[in-house]
Design a protein around this ligand. Structure first.
Ligand code: ZN
Length: 136
């Protein structure tokens, strides 16, 4: 058993800031392409309220964050295949690297769009945890 699988099964609910109705985060995560000068691959992930359609920013993904996400997934897959101390270390290293790159990219892009980190504390991180630990 690892804790990563538990994160996936968790049902996270959010309350819409616009209409105050509750909905399940996992089912309402949306991704949309956004325009950044000289950077063709920036996507914004957010939540779309099923009741009123209001969009809540969660985080951005870029070529950089996606690249590190992939290496992290690769390390996790390797570790799940053969659980050695060394591979676990590689997973931790890849996770730390991803976190650092992720934060840096958010801090770089958020001012460009005038968005803040999600208002619900930790909500962004919760959403990040879903694809991060997703396994086929
Ligand atoms: Zn709403």
């Amino acid at each position: 058993m690892n804790e990563q699988n538990e994160t996936i099964n968790q049902v996270v609910t959010a309350v819409c800031a616009a209409c105050s109705q509750e909905f399940q985060v996992e089912q309402k995560v949306r991704e949309r392409l956004v325009t950044v000068r000289d950077e063709p691959n920036v996507k914004e992930v957010g939540l779309q309220c099923p009741h009123c359609g209001d969009w809540t920013h969660a985080y951005f993904t870029t070529s950089k964050t996606r690249r590190h996400m992939n290496s992290m997934k690769r390390e996790i897959a390797l570790y799940q295949h053969m659980r050695t101390e060394a591979r676990l270390k590689s997973v931790r290293r890849a996770q730390d690297k991803y976190k650092a790159v992720f934060e840096k990219e958010q801090n770089r892009l958020r001012p460009l769009f005038g968005v803040q980190s999600p208002t619900v504390d930790g909500l962004g991180q919760q959403i990040v945890d879903i694809p991060k630990d997703g396994e086929k």
